[in-house]
Design a protein around this ligand. Structure first.
Ligand code: ATP
Length: 255
């Protein structure tokens, strides 16, 4: 996997090495290696059942890999879980706001869980709400928000502890096209402004096309990775969509 990154001298915020995970006889991940550098957005592109959610569960410490290693900011998640997990922010596939709580209440609760003092929490909540343009809605119950705005609040919440790596597991599921594009724009700005590493799982090629790099995952294996342009070029097709379809439909093997 050399020569595929944007900046060869950048530090990885996430380094996944040869990770495997099975559920009984089902091999959900089979020797997966990938990395995300600081300030880089990587799309993890895979069809249903590719293993994206399983990988996210390992990255967020919910399960342990059967083999291989995961380093977050250089900390091995198996042996040094506290600093490794402290460096990540997560937006899960399923919505996780408490809908009966106010927006500010949801954010305060998360800030407290992460040990932020009252003053710092208030300051960061104000900042994040302003950035997503929802300051005026802070006292509303979360259920009064649209799906797109709920996702924005989940994102704001994930950013409160100032993570170095943002994990987003199919975050646009259920959003209309305008809200999808809006969320993606927002993330691309964030990764540049804050020098944040982002791993964005999706099965949608148009989302992956906008990432700095794409990792194509299928049946638990990384088939290809590189910039969207390099992937198209290497597959002798005209678009990333064609490249993705060709690779996943023909049961291609890792390069
Ligand atoms: P989707 O896009 O549909 O969410 P995914 O890429 O996130 O798919 P996973 O949910 O990680 O893929 O699933 C990878 C494989 O592991 C699939 O074959 C799935 O059926 C299987 N699998 C996932 N979770 C479990 C589980 N708890 N028990 C048994 N098999 C599982």
């Amino acid at each position: 996997m050399t020569g595929e990154r944007n900046g060869g001298d950048r530090d990885p915020v996430l380094d996944v090495r040869d990770v495997s995970k099975s559920y009984g006889a089902i091999r959900a991940l089979d020797g997966v290696s990938l990395r995300v550098d600081n300030g880089e957005m990587v799309a993890l592109l895979g069809p249903n059942g590719a293993g994206k959610t399983t990988l996210f569960q390992l990255l967020s410490g919910l399960f342990v890999a059967d083999a291989g290693s995961i380093l977050i900011e250089g900390h091995d998640i198996r042996h040094n879980a506290v600093p490794a997990l402290a460096a990540i922010g997560i937006v899960f596939q399923q919505p996780t706001l408490d809908l009966d709580m106010t927006i500010a209440g949801n954010l305060r609760f998360h800030a407290r869980l992460h040990g932020l003092g009252r003053r710092l929490a208030r300051q960061r909540i104000d900042e994040e709400l302003a950035r997503v343009g929802l300051t005026e809605r802070r006292a509303d119950a979360a259920r009064q928000l649209s799906g797109g705005n709920r996702r924005r609040i989940e994102l704001a919440r994930a950013l409160l502890p100032r993570p170095r790596l943002l994990l987003m597991d199919e975050p646009t599921v259920g959003l209309d096209p305008a809200s999808r594009a809006d969320l993606l724009d927002h993330i691309l700005r964030l990764r540049a402004d804050r020098h944040l590493g982002v791993l964005w799982a999706t099965h949608l090629v148009d989302e992956a096309e906008r990432a700095d790099r794409v990792v194509i995952l299928d049946r638990g294996r990384v088939l290809r990775s590189g910039t969207p342009a390099a992937l198209v070029e290497g597959s002798a097709t005209a678009t990333l969509s064609d490249a993705f379809l060709r690779l996943t439909a023909t049961g291609a093997t890792p390069a």
